[in-house]
Design a protein around this ligand. Structure first.
Ligand code: GDP
Length: 170
């Protein structure tokens, strides 16, 4: 059992990773959209692990400030009680939207694991190193894990790390 938050700007690979994690050991027993905009999705699995999936509310149509404030609050509220947050980013690409996601996370006092997704697009892995260092300087992430959700590369180590934060393994 436990609660896992999955966050990141749109298109970073959250649903691909979610499916990958669910496909490994867990199976979905219910999907319940928690907002009408589908920006927050709870997935409950058979072993009672809950994934709280947040598609970074507030990043869509930033001109609508009041709505954004509301969505930001809902996102932060949804994540308040998770055991661990997984924040996805793309290699070599830190954007204002990623910074906004991080702002949400700074409001929480939860352990955060950074996932650098889509590393299959980087042919020479050593090219990643400066980006990983830069990322480590942005926030006290508990771990930084490069992986490819689509190709299934390095996903198991992430699962191991996540398990370490769930109540049953303490
Ligand atoms: P979300 O909006 O954060 O849920 O992102 P999606 O999971 O929908 O993925 C966005 C796009 O990135 C899709 O076209 C995916 O096929 C692609 N994608 C996701 N993970 C990877 C990956 O590990 N490698 C590559 N090359 N593409 C990926």
């Amino acid at each position: 059992c436990g609660y896992i938050g999955l966050v990141g700007r749109p298109n970073v690979g959250k649903s691909t990773l979610l499916n990958r994690l669910l496909g490994m050991k867990l199976s979905i027993v219910s999907r319940r959209p928690q907002t009408t905009r589908n920006s927050i999705l709870g997935v409950q699995t058979r072993d009672d692990t809950q994934f709280i999936y947040v598609d970074t509310p507030g990043l869509h149509g930033r001109q609508k400030k009041a709505l954004n404030r509301y969505l930001n609050r809902s996102a932060v509220t949804a994540l308040r009680d998770v055991d661990v947050v997984v924040m996805l980013v793309e290699p070599q690409r830190w954007t204002d939207d990623d910074e906004l996601v991080l702002e949400h996370l700074r409001q929480l006092d939860r352990p955060v694991i950074a996932v650098v997704n889509k590393v299959d697009l980087i042919p020479h892995k050593e090219e990643l190193l400066p980006f990983l260092e830069e990322l480590a300087g942005r926030y006290p992430f508990r771990e930084i894990i490069p992986l490819s959700a689509e190709k299934g590369q390095n996903v198991e180590p992430l699962e191991e790390v996540i398990r370490g934060y769930l109540p049953e393994s303490v």
